[in-house]
Design a protein around this ligand. Sequence first.
Ligand code: SAH
Length: 463
Amino acid sequence: MPKLKPPVEPGERIQVEITGQSHTGDGVGKVEGFTVFIPLAIAGERVEARVTRVKKTYAHARLEKVLKASPNRVDAPCPVFERCGGCQVQHIAYPVQLEAKRKQVADAFARIGGLENVEVLPVLGMKEPWNYRNKAQVPFGGSRGRVRAGFYAAGSHQIVEFEHCMVQQPENDRAIQRVKERVKELGIPPYDERKHRGVLRHVMVRTGVHTGDVMVVLVTNGPKLPGRQRLVEGLREDIPGLVSLVQNIQPKRTNVVLGPENRILWGEPVIHDTIGPVRFVISPHSFFQVNPAQTEILYEQVKKHAELSGRETVIDAYCGIGTIALCLAEDAARVFGVESIPQAVEDARHNAALNGIDHASFEAGTAEEVMPRWAEEGIRPDVIVVDPPRKGCAPEFLDAAVKMNPDRLVYVSCNPATLARDAAYLKERGYVNHEVQPVDMFPQTGHVECVTVFRKRKEEGRL
Ligand code: SAH
């Protein structure tokens, strides 16, 4: 086939009708049939834009002027919204954000999974879709005299400073600002990514919203932390609720925020929080859902689909610190969890003990290694719950899951594309889903979370 030359060039000014919204929240339109992504443009608008990058099959452009505005356009309340890469869709009315997410999931099922018949329900959103995040992770940069702390601009490592992030719990913001002030005052050098010099790389703050516990993690380029004692004393004074102050050492040239080693500077190595009646310890490396209010709603959906009566054996795969496993435990006979981060598995075991749950056990390892072994060992779950990272489940994992012949497989997904792929894979192996329930865990961003249940297809079901 002859290669067609793209009809646009970098630097060119174009006029585009926006026909859809991409999974990252960009407006999508066509120029002579060629796809153009335009951040900050909204479906239904006509805009003028400047082409910034041209690839073989699509281009990116920068919005210059809205020629015909959508009625769904709202003023983004955050002053740095257009520069910061944290949120992508603050300029779209919230109910429309939710509908765009629903459509994104339906499109993934139709296009990637070839599953047009799966119904995608309206997204369960938040009443107040702001100030929800319990965790902030902020890069530090600049120089000793001019310390910068903020979020990266979209697609770059330029730090956009802010005082108040509209999707963060205010406690997290305040803690970050306090660290910044102390770091300035004590002359602690921020990290220079290009030269791989300096000390403070990132600050992570996590708040237990139900306990008030605050954890601050200072990520440093090496073991040295000049002014350490005074910093610790200062932060203890400044940050109400501080329970855990940790230094994490990340000596590598990498985008991975946390290094392997944690040193407790003051207080506890963990903080506590609760989901429903269950109490959890959370350590710096462990995954913990970032939107506590919506986590309750997400887990209610998991519970509903798990349909437990107290007699079932349940597997929670990709279990993190055991949150789903332990929330289901009171209605199950036996619970197994598997998770790849050893520290999280330790937390999961600790959490089981903390809640007096003695019929849950957790294993460290990848789900794709451990599940086939469990299948060999004869573990026969009635219900499997999976909550994989963005890349979805490995085929080896799904093969083992099917081999275990569970009655239900509840899938929690943060990426509709891999969910749809895995749904098609499971369908070929006799497990089908009919409905997907998206839950808005990340208002103002393009991300969407889903829950769905796969059951053995009736005619192929074995009893
Ligand atoms: N269900 C938990 C965690 C979900 S996040 C909760 O709701 O809090 C996904 C988890 O999968 C993370 O803890 C991550 O460390 C883990 N993980 C990533 N790849 C994995 C793999 N191949 N096998 C097992 N766990 C994995």
